[in-house]
Design a protein around this ligand. Structure first.
Ligand code: DAH
Length: 344
């Protein structure tokens, strides 16, 4: 027995393992239920009493060294990274990166832009931080018009004759287009707008609009109506009807608000259209001669129409989203619902 203990001890001291599997095999061979050291402990019961002390001590040393050696080998393998390198299986399928999808507001914006591009409109953009002149004054807002009130507008620098502010609508880009572009003008202006509103299911302080402007000789209200009708049918389906209600905007005369026939109940009346069969989609009108003149366009020779719509609103109506806040919360469950939407 003595030789056996010494032989196994020498073996333990010399033990070399490269992988976790080698170490585990060695552990089972030495210390497992049927391991060599475990067997020696069983044999120890039959050792003569006068030899018990000597053999007992030797056996304990052997077991201690074996346990320590196994731990040491494990630590070495872990720190050298051999375990992961060794267990790396290059044939395993990789972790798939989750594919994102476009935000519904981006999808709707692109759809609107694409429809008007087909009608020959260019895309124009303007600054989000604008001045009072482009947002209000050049658009014929009388000095005390309520939309200039601090309640609606976020001012960047107040108290100046032409204060800087966050644009409250993309109609400001019409003004910049009229200043810059050669006539005739046919532009669509998508962009972000800001209003000092409490956030709710129907209102937000940041949202998106698309403004449209067409100026040429002999542009009439009939042209406006036809452009909106074609847009509505492309956006909401070929059977869509529109109706125009008289309205007021400082920058158009006459002005109208446009409703489309409800694409859910097809005019029968449902809770989306509140039983009316109609859904409001935009404001529009013939560009007021004062607005043309403010940007140096001869209002006797030229006329034009303009329209403006909220992108979130169009997207809500198209996809029956009942709360505006969904668009801003970036909840993956909501966003994923639009992953199969394609641009027209
Ligand atoms: N700017 C208006 C708004 O934010 C929308 C609008 C209405 C734009 C009529 C127009 C228009 O160009 O003709 O509510």
């Amino acid at each position: 027995m003595k030789e056996e203990i010494e032989q196994i001890l020498a073996e333990v001291r010399d033990l070399k393992c490269k992988t976790e599997k080698d170490i585990e095999d060695a552990r089972v061979r030495l210390l497992g239920k049927k391991g060599e050291i475990t067997k020696l402990f069983e044999e120890f019961r039959t050792v003569a009493p006068e030899l018990k002390k000597e053999f007992g001590q030797k056996l304990n040393v052997l077991k201690k060294e074996a346990v320590a050696k196994i731990e040491e080998l494990k630590a070495n393998v872990e720190s050298s990274g051999a375990s992961s390198a060794d267990s790396f299986d290059a044939t395993m399928p990789g972790d798939m990166m989750e594919l994102g999808s476009r935000h519904p507001v981006s999808i709707a914006r692109q759809q609107i832009v694409n429809i008007f591009r087909k009608f020959g409109y260019d895309v124009a953009e303007g600054p989000e931080v604008e001045d009072d002149y482009h947002v209000f004054e050049a658009l014929n807002f009388p000095p005390n018009h309520p939309a200039r009130d601090m309640q609606d507008t976020f001012f960047v620098s107040a108290g100046h004759p032409n204060p800087l502010l966050l644009r409250t609508h993309t109609s400001s880009v019409q003004v910049r287009a009229m200043e810059k572009m050669k006539l005739p003008i046919r532009v669509i202006c998508p962009g972000r707008v800001f209003r000092n509103e409490a956030i709710s299911a129907r209102a937000h302080c940041i949202f998106h609009q698309v403004e449209g402007l067409y100026i040429d000789e002999n542009v009439t209200f009939a042209d406006l109506k036809q452009a909106i009708l074609l847009f509505a049918r492309e956006m909401f389906g070929p059977d869509t009807q529109i109706r125009m209600r008289p309205s007021y905007f400082p920058f158009t005369e006459p002005s109208a608000e446009v409703d489309v026939s409800c694409n859910i109940c097809h005019g029968k009346g449902c809770n989306i259209c509140k039983g009316t069969g109609w859904l409001e989609i935009l404001g529009c009108g013939m560009v007021d001669p004062n607005v043309l003149e403010a940007s140096g366009i001869d209002s006797k020779k030229y006329s034009g129409f303009a329209f403006g719509m909220g992108i979130e609103r169009i997207a809500m109506l198209k996809w029956q989203v009942n709360d505006l806040r969904h668009y801003f919360e970036n909840d993956m469950r909501f966003l994923k619902e639009f992953s199969s939407c394609v641009e027209v």
